[in-house]
Design a protein around this ligand. Structure first.
Ligand SMILES: Cc1cc2nc3c(=O)[nH]c(=O)nc-3n(C[C@H](O)[C@H](O)[C@H](O)COP(=O)(O)OP(=O)(O)OC[C@H]3O[C@@H](n4cnc5c(N)ncnc54)[C@H](O)[C@@H]3O)c2cc1C
Length: 406
């Protein structure tokens, strides 16, 4: 395919690297521009639904991804006030049969590292660090990225995979800063021997309480548990990765059951994030420029799907670039059309699950418990099939063009 220079990808996170890999596998030269001096990820664990494994297979890294994962047996929902079980979803053989892939947890660093290595091993991918993209121009035949150093780079297409605070989005969409939700998340890890013995479950567990929730799951190697806790404190300003003491974390959990509190007490090296997201938008494309991952559809992490969606984006983008060889603007528009509704649903349902399942109190919480505890395994699978099963990654581009409304 003749193209006016490489595909330029802004951002070397999970989304940008997945896109680089997918595009390189379909024959494109790709240059990734990452502002940080080193490629890396913050945070210990990340949950991956079956849809992520489907994406890994498309990106040619399915075996490596499966090898680094720990396979949890259940998604377990607990009542944080009473410490009673509300519901649990079986993730073993019946789940894998239904969705064709497992549910698992990996180290963020391992996942990112596998992507970096795969990109480094691919002669079509150039990774540049310390390269901050400040803007772009385009002329109908090519796009030029401007770096903050003053350097310019010409490419056939520019992908904005530069995260929540995307500079590329500011130009493509122009919808101002993200929405600060007032929900604050604190992340930590617990050495397994410090985790209360009766809670060392091989499960991704969520304790739901009034205006708060606690999540824990074992990390690969089983030497540590990942611990992520969230509460509404009305924080007005976005903050990311700020170290905090235990007292601040506990302040949001004084009302929950001592068993739930005991998990938090064992956390260490706590860091906080004030959560932000955005309303879904339909405009992700400006000629030869398109958004991907959090830059396109930043979501609360309540469905544990932000990175999964970024990887799905990468697969669809590379499929459409291949299907529309020589017509990048048509390819980007086809990519957008295939992704916009599914990612909007994840953004909106992530908010909803916070308000209506994780954080309610009183009769609302009692109703949640009654409804959720009554569901059978098959009813649970039906309820989550839209997310884990109906990914659209295997649809041919022609099919998807006719089935997804603009
Ligand atoms: C507490 C928490 C838990 C989560 N848990 C899960 C989970 O279990 N499962 C899941 O799937 N998702 C989860 N997520 C979401 C997931 O982490 C993100 O959706 C995902 O990492 C987004 O990847 P990205 O590549 O789009 O963006 P990012 O990871 O933000 O990467 C953007 C990259 O672009 C770079 N960059 C930014 N600006 C520029 C610029 N101007 N020029 C060049 N480079 C630039 C940045 O340095 C960064 O490397 C969680 C999120 C949080 C906060």
């Amino acid at each position: 395919m003749r193209q006016e220079g490489p595909i330029l990808v802004t951002g070397g996170g999970i989304g940008g690297l997945s896109a680089a890999l997918g595009l390189a596998r379909t024959g494109h030269e790709v240059t990734v521009l990452e502002r940080s001096p080193q490629l890396g990820e913050i945070g210990a664990g990340i949950q991956l639904g079956p849809n992520a494994f489907e994406a890994f297979d498309h990106l040619g890294m399915g075996d490596e991804a499966r090898a680094m994962a720990v396979y949890v047996d259940r998604l377990r929902l607990m009542d944080a006030l009473t410490a009673e079980d509300i519901a649990s979803i079986d993730l073993t053989e019946p789940f894998r049969r239904r969705f064709g892939n497992p549910y698992a947890v990996v180290h963020r660093g391992d996942l990112h590292g596998v992507l970096v290595r795969a990109c480094r091993d691919n002669p079509r991918v150039t990774l540049r660090t310390g390269a901050t993209v400040s803007g772009y121009e385009q002329d109908g035949a090519s796009v030029t990225a401007r770096l903050s150093s003053g350097e310019t780079l010409r490419g056939a297409v520019l992908i904005g995979a530069d995260g929540l605070w995307s500079r590329i989005r500011a130009r493509v969409v122009g919808d101002g800063p993200p929405r600060v939700t007032g929900h604050t998340t604190y992340r930590s890890v617990i050495p397994t021997e410090m985790m209360p013995e009766d809670l060392r479950w091989n499960a991704a567990t969520l304790w739901a309480g009034p205006k708060c929730h606690i999540v824990h799951y074992p990390l690969p190697g089983r030497k540590q548990f990942n611990l992520v806790v969230t509460y509404h404190n009305g924080a007005p300003e976005p903050v990311a990765g700020q170290p905090v003491g235990m007292e601040e974390v506990m302040a949001g959990f004084t009302h929950v059951h001592p068993r739930a509190q005991s998990i938090i007490r064992h956390g260490r090296d706590w860091k906080l994030w004030v959560l932000c997201d955005r309303d879904p938008v339909e405009r992700w494309v400006d000629g030869r420029v398109a958004l991907l991952g959090d830059a396109a559809h930043p979501t609360l992490h309540y469905l544990a799907q932000g990175a999964c969606m970024a990887m799905e984006d990468a697969v669809v983008l590379s499929q459409e670039m291949e299907a529309h060889a020589g017509a990048p603007e048509a390819a980007l528009e086809a990519y957008r059309r295939r992704r916009v509704l599914r990612t909007a649903r994840v953004q909106l349902q992530s908010r909803e699950v916070g308000d209506h399942i994780y954080h309610p109190s009183g009769p609302h919480a009692a109703l949640r418990n009654a409804i959720m505890s009554a569901k059978s395994r098959e009813e649970w699978y039906d309820a989550i099939a839209w997310l884990y099963g109906d990914t659209g990654l295997d649809r041919s581009p022609a099919e998807s063009r006719s089935s997804v409304p603009a």
